[in-house]
Design a protein around this ligand. Structure first.
Ligand code: AMP
Ligand code: MG
Length: 406
């Protein structure tokens, strides 16, 4: 395996390259109980009016509003779920409960609080006008209207709406299956005590969790030693069972970094270096049209790449139109050292105070220090071409969690 120096491309070029080679997955039919977070791949039209019959909006009495009789004779009781074959006429009323169908003849409901009932007769303390306390046909939803457009993200409200119109199977984009493997002969599973020279695999677990958090379905392929044949077999295994493959480690310039040449051999390698810090060895290839991403072994570097490229790519495949984290402009609480050759992403805590966002980084920013990620709710994007920043300077913060307001 020869060690090639891949051209260094910038952030925008890397994303352009990825976005031209990925697309939404073929839609699937999914039942109501498994729709949360999916994106609609069809327009949903209301097949019927809701409510489909005039309905009492209050507990009370169904009457004719223009009836001036001082007392009315109660001829029936209409509860939700039962429809009585009765007709309200002048001098009569039907006791009715919220959600029950309005009986024939009635044109209003008078609230129980406005009434006094005795011996099957009822007297009212006030009057109502026609239509009062009634939900007319189609008030909530009119037949034929688009209730949910294609591309809508399905949350609890949307799922409830689908249930209310009897849409029990819906065409949505699937959650992408993402195979995750960690390369490195130094790695042992977290449950093992590493002997001298070994470390625990933490990157797999960050990646598996990040994939799930981004709406993907993680597939754990485990630890693969630094062997060309083992890694070749694992990558082929990955592309056969997943819509996307994440390979951790093995993308640097060491004598045992085999992933880039392997991807070159198995498919098309589109780029092998991006001018970002951390995450410079970030690699992208397609093998049998399956996107394969090579991520640095350092968990912090991997996380930065996931946030900036993998999460948006996964969202494209899951049918989302909004791909990016929200951003805000934050003021630095302290100076930041920054080399101008790359776009840097520093881990930080952003808070909001008197409508101003303030950012404080999470301590030493070396990419081996996982602690610099813990508790961070933002990545501060410090562009290439900019030198050190002083306290009070404004930076763009990618919000990975809601800032606390103090
Ligand atoms: P590599 O990208 O393979 O050159 O690895 C870069 C650094 O990250 C090395 O110090 C590795 O030991 C470390 N590393 C690689 N893979 C993992 C992993 N799965 N979990 C934690 N650290 C890792
Ligand atoms: Mg390695």
């Amino acid at each position: 395996m020869n060690r090639i120096n891949y051209p260094l491309i910038d952030f925008d070029e890397a994303w352009r390259c990825i976005s031209t080679l990925i697309s939404p997955l073929p839609p699937i039919l999914q039942p109501l109980t498994d729709l949360l977070g999916h994106v609609l791949a069809e327009e949903v039209i209301a097949p019927e009016d809701i409510p489909s019959y005039p309905t009492a909006a209050m507990d009370g009495y169904a009457i004719i509003a223009a009836d001036s009789a001082p007392y009315r004779h109660i001829i029936a009781e209409q509860t939700a779920g039962r429809s009585q074959p009765v007709r309200v006429e002048i001098g009569t009323a039907v006791r009715i409960m919220t959600g029950a169908p309005l009986p024939l003849g009635a044109d209003a409901v008078i609230r129980v609080e406005e009434s006094e009932e005795k011996d099957s007769m009822v007297r009212f303390f006030s009057a109502v006008s026609a239509g009062e306390n009634i939900r007319p046909v189609g008030q909530d939803l009119a037949a034929g209207v688009v209730v949910l457009p294609l591309g809508e993200v399905l949350g609890p409200a949307e799922i409830g709406l689908l249930a209310s119109i009897g849409c029990t199977n819906v065409r949505v984009y699937p959650r992408p299956r993402v195979a995750v493997m960690a390369t490195g002969s130094e790695l042992v599973p977290p449950e093992e005590i590493p002997i001298h020279g070994k470390i625990r695999d933490s990157n797999s677990y960050i990646l598996l969790a990040a994939v799930a958090a981004a709406g993907g379905r993680p597939i754990h392929l485990g630890i693969i030693p630094d062997s060309i044949s083992a890694q070749r077999a694992a990558i082929l295994d990955g592309i056969s069972c997943a819509d996307m493959v994440l390979v951790s480690g093995g993308v640097s310039m060491g004598t045992h970094d085999f992933v880039k040449p392997l991807l070159n051999e198995l498919g098309d390698l589109h780029f092998g270096q991006v001018a970002i810090k951390p995450g410079k060895p970030f690699t992208f290839a397609t093998v049998n049209n399956v996107p394969v991403f090579g991520l640095p072994g350092f968990p912090v570097s991997s996380f930065v790449v996931v946030e900036n490229f993998i999460r948006p790519a996964l969202r494209v495949m899951a049918g989302h139109r909004r791909l990016w984290r929200p951003t805000c402009t934050a003021r630095l609480r302290h100076t930041i050292q920054h080399a101008p050759d790359r776009t840097e992403f520093q881990r930080a805590v952003v808070i909001e105070q008197d409508h101003i966002y303030w950012a404080e980084t999470t301590g030493i920013q070396v990419s081996s220090r996982l602690q610099s990620l813990v508790g961070a709710n933002a990545l501060l994007r410090i562009p290439a071409g900019v030198a050190d920043l002083s306290a009070g300077a404004e930076v763009t913060a990618l919000l990975i969690d809601q800032p606390e307001v103090i």
